[in-house]
Design a protein around this ligand. Structure first.
Ligand code: ZN
Length: 113
């Protein structure tokens, strides 16, 4: 825990210098698939850029086909293992009826003129 009351997670790790990016890939915490190549940092790659939060919400970020979407579990599991989740795993959870669309955060960072 830091002074802001946030727990440090992999999600908030500092940006990796470009020279080290050759060595890393983004791995889905759920299916274990590695996404190399078109990644943006150590938790966002093309096709794998969403995060399952402790509260059961899945937030899709830049790199995900579902960028901006927020999903929630229809029935919250007893234990949530937070982590990076790939588009394929999210689509499987949707198809299985385990999660559903909650809202879109797209445009959340837009500045009003
Ligand atoms: Zn996956």
């Amino acid at each position: 825990m830091n002074n802001f009351g946030f727990e440090k997670t992999k999600k908030f790790k500092k940006t990796i210098p470009i020279i080290e990016r050759e060595l890393i890939s983004v791995e889905c915490s759920f299916c274990g698939q590695e996404f190399k190549g078109s990644y943006f940092n150590d938790y966002q790659a093309s096709g794998c850029a969403a995060y399952l939060e402790k509260n059961g919400e899945i937030h899709c970020h830049f790199g995900s086909e579902l960028d901006g979407d927020v999903y929630a579990f229809c029935k919250l599991p007893a234990k949530i293992e937070e982590g990076i989740i790939c588009d394929r795993c999210i689509k499987r959870l949707i198809a299985d009826g385990k999660i559903s669309f909650l809202r879109s955060d797209l445009g959340f960072f837009d500045v009003a003129i």
